[in-house]
Design a protein around this ligand. Structure first.
Ligand SMILES: Cc1cc2nc3c(=O)[nH]c(=O)nc-3n(C[C@H](O)[C@H](O)[C@H](O)COP(=O)(O)OP(=O)(O)OC[C@H]3O[C@@H](n4cnc5c(N)ncnc54)[C@H](O)[C@@H]3O)c2cc1C
Length: 404
């Protein structure tokens, strides 16, 4: 007699409902409009407004601050669905999510009370800034500085680069050098919560000294702006050192690297989402397009491409969810987050390329969605640490865990 077993499902009821809602949102609101905003390279304001209504800016923020209080795993599932629609949409929430993580984990009570309720509704959005014109991978090499003045405020000076949401954000979590003599350098770095006027290039009054140059022109990842930020005598009050002065000065590097770990899971989810969309487009096109008297999906070479894509996506999705679940369970997940980011971003790029090949000449035409995906996917190989850097992280952690 067969033993009755429950149907296999790795989602909770809440996760299933939320995923269904976000998938529908992506199908109805994001995918049909992405081409327009991509073409214009304009901020998708109406889509973002609807995301606020759906509560998507407060997914991981605790309910006491007005958020949904959900875990990283559920968040990663949401990001996958948004990225399946358009990775720029997940870019609008990504740095915001990292900022809220920093506040929840390291912020003082006053900082949490001040920022989290407004962040949960999306009333204010956050950016996250490590990179500089001469520094990306080697974060310990940053040059921007913060110096404490006689009035107690910190004066911030220096140039930051590639700040996603650099113009539209109201708050930027920025890493500055506070002790240039520190050895190793990372011990002399501090994270400041810098406030600014959203969508304003030149800030004045309390936020004077922070300017946002024109947005950087990019091959893809349009719609969400990437900018430089110039701090020139910007005054940051001592209570805006992340975690407070006593606990936070000199801790910025460690805090921001911790946040990058969740950020990597988030980028991994974006890789899975864009790869999934590429597979969907490839499945449809390959059954419509005919060559040599039959749909190209009936040629074994094309079926093998579809098979490899689907297999890699499933592997990347499982690894991404494993890294997220480990983090949610309070376990160390730096190795798994690095692996997930590496596998999923490379899978995103590979699947997009295979889908492009399956489209033949039409893949090169702006008439087809795959053309946008082809320009968007490479970003995931770079942001939150390149594939080379992920391999360095994975290799180092492996050796640490298996020391003889
Ligand atoms: C669209 C976009 C949005 C971004 N958003 C943000 C953001 O919001 N906030 C932020 O702080 N940053 C952001 N970044 C910056 C991003 O994090 C960096 O570009 C990335 O970390 C790589 O740094 P880099 O560009 O300086 O490359 P580099 O560090 O100069 O690296 C160049 C090449 O050398 C390789 N390399 C470097 N060091 C080693 C090594 N030790 N061994 C082997 N190979 C190595 C790299 O893998 C890469 O292939 C964004 C970038 C882009 C393109």
């Amino acid at each position: 007699m067969a033993v009755e077993t429950a149907a296999y499902s790795e989602l909770t009821d809440i996760q299933r409902d939320i995923i269904e809602m976000v998938r529908q949102f992506a199908d109805e609101q994001i995918i049909p409009n992405a081409e327009h905003y991509d073409h214009e390279d304009s901020f998708p304001e109406p889509i973002v407004e609807q995301m606020k209504e759906l509560g998507l800016f407060g997914v991981t923020i605790p309910e006491e601050y007005g958020g949904m209080g959900l875990d990283l795993t559920t968040y990663a599932m949401i990001v996958e669905e948004l990225s399946r629609g358009w990775i720029s949409i997940s870019g609008v929430v990504n740095t915001h999510f990292i900022g809220s993580y920093l506040l929840m984990k390291f912020g003082t009570d006053e900082q949490k009370d001040h920022f989290l309720p407004k962040m949960a509704t999306g009333e204010i959005r956050a950016a996250f800034s490590l990179s500089e014109p001469e520094v990306g991978s080697d974060v310990q090499g940053i040059k921007a500085t913060a110096k404490k003045g006689e009035d107690g405020a910190w004066e911030l000076n220096g140039q930051k680069m590639w700040v996603t949401n650099g113009l539209g954000s109201s708050v930027v979590f920025v890493l500055m050098k506070t002790d240039p003599k520190a050895d190793p350098p990372y011990k002399g770095m501090t994270c400041f919560i810098t406030e600014k006027e959203p969508w304003k290039e030149v800030n004045e009054g309390d936020f004077a000294g922070l300017t946002v140059p024109p947005k950087i022109k990019k091959m893809g990842y349009k719609g969400v702006e990437s900018t430089e930020l110039v701090y020139d005598g910007y005054k940051c009050p001592p209570e805006r050192v992340l975690g407070g002065e006593e606990a936070g000065v000199g801790e910025g590097f460690v805090q921001m690297m911790d946040a990058l770990e969740v950020g990597r899971v988030n980028v991994a989810a974006r890789g899975v989402g864009i790869a999934q969309r590429a597979l969907e487009l490839a499945l449809r096109y390959s059954q419509e397009r005919k060559t040599f008297g039959k749909p190209i999906a009936q040629h074994q070479a094309i079926q093998f491409k579809l098979a490899d894509m689907a297999t890699k996506i499933e592997a990347a999705r499982l690894l991404t969810r494993k890294a997220a679940r480990m983090k949610d369970a309070g376990e160390r997940s730096d190795l798994e987050a690095g692996m997930a980011k590496l596998l999923a971003s490379e899978t995103g790029k590979e699947c997009v390329e295979e889908c492009f090949r399956i489209h033949g000449g039409y893949g090169y035409s702006k008439e087809y969605e795959i053309e946008r995906l082809y320009r968007d996917a490479p970003l995931l190989l770079i942001g939150e640490g390149t594939s080379e850097i992920q391999r360095m992280v994975i290799g180092k952690k492996l050796l640490q865990r298996h020391k003889i």
